[in-house]
Write a protein that binds this ligand. Sequence first.
Ligand SMILES: *Cc1c(COP(=O)(O)O)cnc(C)c1O
Length: 468
Amino acid sequence: MKYYDKLIFEVSREGRTGYSLPENRYPAHEEIPASLRRESKLLLPEASEPDVVRHYTNLSQMNFGVDTGFYPLGSCTMKYNPKINEEVASLPGFSGLHPLVHAGLAKGALKVYQEMNKALAAITGMYAFTFDPCAGAHGELTGLMIMRQYHMNRGDYGRTKVIVPDSAHGTNPASAAVCGLQVVEVKSLPNGRIDVEALKALLDDSIAGIMMTNPNTLGLFETEIETIAKLVHDAGGLLYYDGANMNPLMGVVRPGDMGFDIMHLNLHKTFSTPHGGGGPGSGPVGVAQRLEDCLPDITVSGFHGNFGVILKAYAYILSLGRQNLRKVGEYSVLNANYIKESLKDLYKLPIDGVCKHEFVYDGLINDGGHDDVHGATTLDIAKRLLDYGFHAPTIYFPLLFHQALMIEPTETESKETLDAFIEVMRKIAAEAAQDPAILQGAPHNAPISRPDETAAARNPILKYQDTL
Ligand SMILES: *Cc1c(COP(=O)(O)O)cnc(C)c1O
């Protein structure tokens, strides 16, 4: 442990301060009355200014962020977010706007909503958007409520089930359940795509619709999408598109043209807002023209969503323009395929072929295990990456494989960064083959090694305890 990894309470010395103020600053009549004053001293650390600055600076460096290194977290696009968009969002004319201001004084902001509606409609092939939802999952819930409303408006009350593929993001079945719909799972084929025959068997007049991600969470494009759309529509259902990660498709193909009726986008993944840590996010929901009536006429959030996030997305779309939005799609696909092909001699690739923005390995080909002793697992690989200065990919998701390692490099990483990552992944594979214990004990040089992640989330210790 480095000296400054110590908690500030341990560095604290009685009477030490980081300021100097004159004694008796206030005349007696301005003093807080004695009856309102504390009787005992507040338990706060006492430290000099440099100690405090070092404490917070060191704390900030104990975390890993996209501003400190490569972050190939599949299905969650933690990409570079142009800093200039933060400046745009903090322009006082926007950031100082009160949500209850008279519409006549908010014309600029209203224009942004209007322009964003047009831009997202052009990118996705939807007809109109609501910007109220504040997250992807919130958008899913709103979209499913729209789906239900559509059927109810037609007097069709028996449609209570929604089909969700087994590769879906966990929020999909969760949102359906929260919306009061029953989830029916459809299996994937060995090639990672929806089993169309299995889907046919599920379709009847109890189905409200299907939720799909395309490319799916394996990074694979559902090549049968037109057939699927026809089947679901013929059975009276609707198609919901999970557009959390729209980056591989932008400017290339549109969900609206594939036959989707409702969708959400995660502006905080694809359109220039950093995410993680719980927000703020934005999950606008778009619908096809025949569903326009079903868009919520009361807001599903406080006011109209997270306006700052919408502004950043607007600045991002305008600064890239049509040509460069297409490049986002092309580069995200190129980068993912580059890594996938460069490591498939060492890591198991369960489904070969061209992927979109992400792909999934199923652990190591040679994990160093022998006889009954198992070798290095996906968790061990992920932990060892931290030692080499890379954030881990998403692990153990999707649930289709036992050792899933889901890599998404994103469109904004240089070839040098991708090569450095590939080199490290090769090094780790060699270590596993020779001595898997190196991986099993990793990370060796992170501030903490292997916390109990469940306990850390369920029972966090948020205040100083000198028993630590
Ligand atoms: C991130 C993600 C979501 C959920 O978005 P949140 O903003 O975290 O609620 C849904 N689906 C997919 C495919 C995602 O990657």
